[in-house]
Ligand binder design. Structure first.
Ligand SMILES: [Zn+2]
Length: 154
């Protein structure tokens, strides 16, 4: 590759900014992810599956702490923004700063905003605009995509 081509590519990455797909920082092949994760987590995180509602113990989790990505351990949500949405999935009204990215998902004949981990690009759930104040957002997460770390809330 010519030097000018390399520089153009770097400029493109820098200019991409938020909202534009960028390469994940933590990457593994599909086969590696399958070995690293439980079957349930693998299906949700790497193939955008959805766990059965009311199946996750994290739906009822009320202790202070931090919810991290089950794939790469990045802290994603604080217990301070968790609330009971009644949906059967762990729900939050805001993610931690710089933790997740959203993108439009047109599968299953719906238009939804898919939520992915910013660091490893794994699927976490969806975000809807019927959440409580102050954001009005409902981050509807799959419990198997999260790992709860009890302790001081982030
Ligand atoms: Zn992750």
């Amino acid at each position: 590759m010519k030097r000018s081509t390399v520089l153009t590519a770097i400029a493109g990455l820098v200019l991409a900014g938020p909202g534009v797909a960028r390469a994940a920082e933590v990457t593994h092949s599909d086969e590696e992810w399958r070995k690293l994760l439980s079957p349930e987590s693998y299906e949700v995180l790497r193939h955008a599956g959805t766990e059965r509602p009311f199946s996750s113990p994290l739906d009822d989790e009320k202790r202070p702490g931090t919810y991290a990505c089950a794939a790469c351990n990045l802290a994603l949500f604080s217990s301070k923004t968790k609330y009971d949405s009644g949906s059967g999935w762990p729900s939050f009204w805001a993610p931690l700063p710089n933790a997740v990215v959203t993108k439009t998902d047109k599968s299953l004949l719906m238009v939804r905003d898919e939520v992915r981990c910013r660091r490893c690009d794994s699927h976490l759930g969806h975000v809807f605009d019927d959440g409580p104040k102050p954001t009005g957002l409902r981050y509807c997460m799959n419990g198997v995509a999260l790992r709860f770390r009890p302790g001081r809330a982030a």
